[in-house]
Design a protein around this ligand. Structure first.
Ligand SMILES: *[C@@H]1O[C@H](CO)[C@@H](O)[C@H](O)[C@H]1NC(C)=O
Ligand SMILES: *[C@@H]1O[C@H](CO)[C@@H](O)[C@H](O)[C@H]1NC(C)=O
Ligand SMILES: *[C@@H]1O[C@H](CO)[C@@H](O)[C@H](O)[C@H]1NC(C)=O
Ligand SMILES: *[C@@H]1O[C@H](CO)[C@@H](O)[C@H](O)[C@H]1NC(C)=O
Ligand SMILES: *[C@@H]1O[C@H](CO)[C@@H](O)[C@H](O)[C@H]1NC(C)=O
Length: 437
């Protein structure tokens, strides 16, 4: 072996990031949260066009959770529950205005995440973690509710959905933040072409995620990356490279770009040699939005309904856990033990975990038929006491989604002065929000 090779080799061994001792007490954590992506959008869960090779591989290398549920079938309460570990009725992401309890944080909402809630990044900070959110926040857009006020160290993204474009006189366009200051607005500075669906946002979010992983790894700090890309929420978008590539139309293009991005992130973890020390979890905030289908909405597979409903299609999410060396490869996807027909064998819809069920997965996996039989009574007799106990001990949070006011919209977010983009809003005139959901 030549001296040069030896030197090179020892340089690699001595200085490579793979040398970082795997700290099992504080593994890196990445949560990839999709927006309105449905259970049926992944090849591994039966999407016939099979356009998610990276997610399918991720599932094969990790654990697929086919019966994974969100806490609520709408963006904001689902995200609040994910980050606090508490049901929306406890963390305040609900409304008492009408019988409908599904609500979210549009621009005119007055409320947001309560200071009393403890968010995941706040807990992780005590363990020395650095946390970043990339993408959509949706837990309130007024200054006190923003990510950096609630445990995150870094943020690139937006407080609201990428609706618009607005003409800024009645409704302002949505700001994009870099940490605590806006650096532009959707449509104006961060283009989304409503006609063609072209936008580079997923690429920008990917770069932000990769850059964060790289920086924290170099600094040898444990990190939490909350990667909340929103390309599959209408208006769906993709960059030029992916537009027109899917058999499923523009929605499929967005899925393909997100799948590609997941592949890039996992690949970087391997390149850095930190894959065995990084727990990655992929899921979606709620079921596919059938109101946006077929062109801008996804698939909930065999399940009934979608977003905004508590039927299976609204609550059951695609979910994959990935952590090489810790989660056994292929856990949960031996759908057809003893036989494997690529692209054909799939899992039977059966409850494997012996948890109580309120509909018979074996008989009606899609929850599409009103089966009334004795087993429901049997299951309910076991569930009812649990529900009673829960109601008895429930301490509801202060409802955050009751009041609306045009004056609180994104007229003049921090940073607008530097950009010359401050707008003047109307005087405050709050009203009780109305929720159709
Ligand atoms: C692992 O992380 C914990 C918490 O940050 C820290 O106290 C401990 O020193 C770390 N161990 C190693 C070997 O880096
Ligand atoms: C913005 O849109 C509203 C509603 O369409 C309209 O009344 C208003 O004149 C528009 N303002 C500008 C500056 O174009
Ligand atoms: C965001 O802010 C950080 C430091 O505050 C800076 O290093 C980075 O370049 C900024 N990113 C963008 C896209 O403006
Ligand atoms: C996306 O980025 C490419 C390459 O920089 C650029 O040519 C294109 O105009 C951008 N598209 C949008 C919608 O911003
Ligand atoms: C990760 O774990 C796997 C299985 O335990 C092992 O084969 C591989 O070498 C490990 N990779 C690193 C970079 O430590």
């Amino acid at each position: 072996m030549s001296t040069l090779t030896l030197t090179l080799l020892s340089t690699i061994i001595c200085c490579s990031l793979t040398e970082q001792p795997s700290n099992v007490s504080s593994p890196n954590i990445i949560i990839m949260l999709m927006d309105d992506m449905g259970w049926g959008d992944l090849g591994v869960l039966g999407q016939p066009s099979k356009e998610t090779p990276n997610l399918d591989t991720m599932a094969a290398q990790g654990m697929l959770l086919p019966n994974f549920y969100t806490a609520n079938p709408l963006c904001s309460p689902s995200r609040a529950a994910l980050l606090t570990g508490r049901l929306p009725v406890r963390n305040g992401f609900y409304t008492t205005n009408a019988h409908a309890r599904n609500a979210y944080t549009p621009q005119e909402i007055v409320g947001g995440i309560s200071k009393e809630e403890i968010l995941l990044p706040q807990m992780l900070k005590k363990k020395g973690y650095v946390s970043k959110i990339v993408g959509k926040w949706h837990l309130g857009h007024r200054s006190q509710y923003l990510p950096l006020e609630n445990g995150f160290d870094e943020w690139f993204g937006s407080p609201n959905c990428h609706f618009g474009p607005y003409n800024n006189s009645i409704t302002p366009n949505i700001p994009v933040y870099n940490n605590s200051e806006m650096i532009g607005r959707y449509y104006e500075d961060f283009k989304i072409d409503r006609k063609t669906g072209e936008s580079n946002l997923t690429q920008i979010y990917l770069e932000e995620g990769l850059d964060f992983i790289l920086r924290q790894t170099k600094a040898r700090r444990p990190f939490f990356l909350y990667w909340a890309a929103d390309a599959t929420h209408a208006p769906v978008y993709a960059s030029e490279r992916f537009l027109g590539k899917s058999q499923r139309g523009r929605y499929g293009d967005a899925v393909m770009e997100l799948d590609y991005s997941v592949g890039q992130i996992l690949s970087l973890l391997r390149t850095l040699g930190i894959e065995n020390n990084t727990f990655v979890f992929f899921t979606s905030d709620n079921g596919a939005a059938l109101v946006s289908a077929p062109y801008e909405g996804g698939s909930n597979g065999p399940f009934l309904c979608g977003k905004e409903t508590t039927f299976e299609g609204g609550m059951r999410e695609p979910a994959i856990a990935w952590w090489p060396g810790h989660i056994k490869e292929g856990t949960g996807i031996n759908f057809c033990p003893g036989q494997e027909v690529p692209g054909v064998t799939t899992h039977i819809q059966k409850e494997h975990t012996l948890q109580p069920i309120i509909f018979h997965l074996g008989r009606d996996p899609g929850e599409k038929f009103p089966i009334r039989s004795v087993e429901y009574q049997d299951v309910l007799s076991r569930i009812s006491p649990v529900v009673e106990e829960h109601v008895k001990n429930l301490v509801p949070g202060v409802p955050q989604l009751n009041m609306c006011d045009l004056a609180v919209m994104n007229w003049a977010p921090a940073g607008c002065e530097k950009l010359g983009k401050c707008l003047k809003g109307p005087v405050s005139d709050p009203w009780k929000c109305e929720w159709p959901h």
